[in-house]
Design a protein around this ligand. Structure first.
Ligand code: ZN
Ligand code: FE
Length: 262
């Protein structure tokens, strides 16, 4: 199935104040996967405009701003909608048709997605990587120039989660859950001020936001080069934080703490 990349389309759908949902459409089978449902109306409108029938929903984690639109979405869609989400979160997610754990594979027609446990923001948060489409859905784990706040997990857990995502191919499209990039960029510059790739990206972000343009999705390669939460192992960052000799996870924890106070 080498034709898969050209046979899929991905659309970013702004929802609520600063959330993003995504639609992944497979032309061959006509199936459309929605990733997170902050609210139904913008998702229904975008899919109707494109003539896409919604067949599947992936819920990344239990927070209300990622799931609350599901009942309205279901009510508006003709036909069954299969709901995929974490087995570990089944007790606090809407009813799941497919309960997922790390290592499971989602199959949507010919498209396969690998499930990763990316706990940290919440316990049970999942990310799904579709290698054929070159995309990973990360929601509030890895974000554009940032990572989710640690509501439930430990810094060490989030560092492990981010390290799994960091190992994916550099050209992977990172579809994350919020438009937080501008404030993330201003923070990142305080941690990694000498990074010329970061400075150039921060300038592009200021420009894009001034024009009201989205900064999500991004590419994993760009995140690896500029996102301080992925770069906690960088000797220059450790030195800048006065943490030479500290472990990568300790350095990550310090960066996350500084962001909380930023
Ligand atoms: Zn969240
Ligand atoms: Fe969120």
């Amino acid at each position: 199935m080498t034709t898969i990349p050209s046979a899929t389309e991905i659309v970013t759908i702004p929802c609520l104040k600063d959330n993003y949902a995504f639609a992944l459409h497979l032309r061959e089978t006509g199936r459309t996967l929605i990733v997170d449902v902050p609210e139904a109306a913008p998702i229904l409108a975008e899919c109707a405009r494109r003539g896409w029938g919604i067949t599947d929903v992936l819920l990344t984690h239990h927070h209300w701003d990622h799931v609350d639109g599901l009942p309205d979405l279901r009510a508006a869609v003709d036909g069954p909608v299969r709901v995929w989400g974490a087995a570990a979160d089944a007790h606090r997610l809407p009813a799941l048709d497919h309960a997922l754990s790390e290592g499971d594979v989602i199959e949507i027609g010919a498209l396969r997605g690998a499930v990763y446990d990316v706990s940290g923001h919440t316990l049970g948060h999942i990310a799904v990587h579709f290698p054929q489409a070159g995309v990973v859905f990360t929601a509030d784990s890895l974000m554009a120039l940032g990572c989710g706040r640690l509501f439930e997990g430990t810094p060490a857990q989030m560092w492990e989660s981010l390290s799994k995502l960091a190992a994916l191919p550099r050209d992977t499209l990172v579809c994350s859950g919020h438009e937080y990039t501008q404030s993330n960029a201003r923070f990142a510059l305080t941690v990694d001020p000498e990074n010329s790739a970061l400075r150039a990206r921060a300038a592009r972000i200021e420009d894009a936001r001034a024009k009201g343009m989205p900064t999500v999705p991004s590419s994993l390669g760009v995140e690896l080069d500029t996102n301080p939460f992925l770069r906690a192992k960088d000797p220059k960052i450790k030195a800048h934080l006065g943490m030479t000799g500290a472990s990568d996870a300790e350095c990550f924890a310090e960066i996350r703490q500084r962001k909380n106070n930023f």
